[in-house]
Design a protein around this ligand. Sequence first.
Ligand SMILES: NC(=O)c1ccc[n+]([C@@H]2O[C@H](COP(=O)([O-])OP(=O)(O)OC[C@H]3O[C@@H](n4cnc5c(N)ncnc54)[C@H](O)[C@@H]3O)[C@@H](O)[C@H]2O)c1
Length: 420
Amino acid sequence: MQTVCVLGLGYIGLPTAGILATNGYEVLGVDVAERVIATVNEGRIHIEEPGLHTVVQAAIGSGKLRAALAPEPADVFIIAVPTPLNADKTANMDYVCRAAESLLPHLQAGTLVILESTSPPGTCRDLLKPILERTGLRAGEDFCLAHCPERVLPGKILLELIKNDRVIGGLTPACAARAGELYASFVEGEIFLTDATTAEMVKILENTYRDVNIALANEAALICEELGIDFREAARFANRHPRVNLHSAGPGVGGHCISVDPWFLVEKYPDTAKLIRLARDRNDGMPSAVVARTCGLIEGIASPKVTALGLAYKGNVDDIRESPAIPVIEGLRAAGVTVSIYDPHVDDARFAQRGLEEALAGSDCLLVLTDHQEYGAFDPEQVARQMRTRQLYDTRSLMDVSRWKSAGFRVECLGHGGEA
Ligand SMILES: NC(=O)c1ccc[n+]([C@@H]2O[C@H](COP(=O)([O-])OP(=O)(O)OC[C@H]3O[C@@H](n4cnc5c(N)ncnc54)[C@H](O)[C@@H]3O)[C@@H](O)[C@H]2O)c1
């Protein structure tokens, strides 16, 4: 296995291509976006991820990594394209199908095809195998097919690509073993081999576990608000129980994984996945709870203005996919509130952003929607001078409450009934 073709050069595919290239493989990165190909071939990157620029620059510089719009013959094909939701919350597998079809001319006896995209359980067996077998070659006999889900944390992708344990599921045990050999050449974590459908389920279960537990935290936070107590304090003490691990509450769940993957189970098993469905609804309902509380804070103010701190779905990343900040901002605007956005990590033409000073000017409420480090370092006195009304609503437990109160702010926090 000397040559690897990685299909999809996004948050997963590009770091994977870079790491493989720096581990001695001849790597071709393929993407359908011309801008991505041009950027990568110049040794630059189009996404924000610590350390990635250095890796890609070195890989391009060494000649081990190239990018192109179409696949070329390779020993291994890794599919790392998006698996988003359709509007009706069903899995959109079009990208995976198109990527698989694009490699058909290069599929040969002995080729290894790995699906890294997070996919509904059964995808390798029921969707990919029939597509790849259009070549007349038999999966598991002539070529290998495996699923290796990705569990990296954005912001730490390069480290976790190497350090994390990996679960690799093959269409047959031989397919799993073959894929395992590839990952063993650069992964320092343990590698566990299983069948493809189990590996697909493992990834979905990981994210569903987190979604359901976040939903529990969010629900408990709303109950604590009604009780007039602080959820964070209740959770901190509950978590001193040796078998309890309450998660953090927040304005909703975003990103390409946790808010998406549980739907794959709801779609396939609607009568069974009832708890999973309820959890999704609870988390998707959090933005409207945030809108309602923010509106309560600015009630009675003529032509109110809110400064939204954050568009990204979580702190210190530039990813806005499924970000709960977006429905919060839209909900406030629909309620007639002027919202200015300040997110130093995000540059997206769909959301007009202001510089910090302009975003704060005449504002009636600072609304923390993303836990970017920068916000925690704000000087409350300086911020106060630019605002019309000194109010802070922190949905991420990011700000130092006492500092902001000392600067004369009314501070409210998600999960805390009344003033913090
Ligand atoms: N981002 C994460 O943190 C993360 C973590 C674990 C798993 N995943 C999963 O990995 C997969 C990829 O996610 P991502 O975040 O890298 O997506 P992404 O949107 O950042 O990148 C995907 C890339 O694939 C390209 N693409 C689309 N169709 C293509 C095709 N037919 N051929 C070649 N390229 C094509 C797109 O242009 C895009 O650049 C998804 O299934 C996701 O759920 C993502």
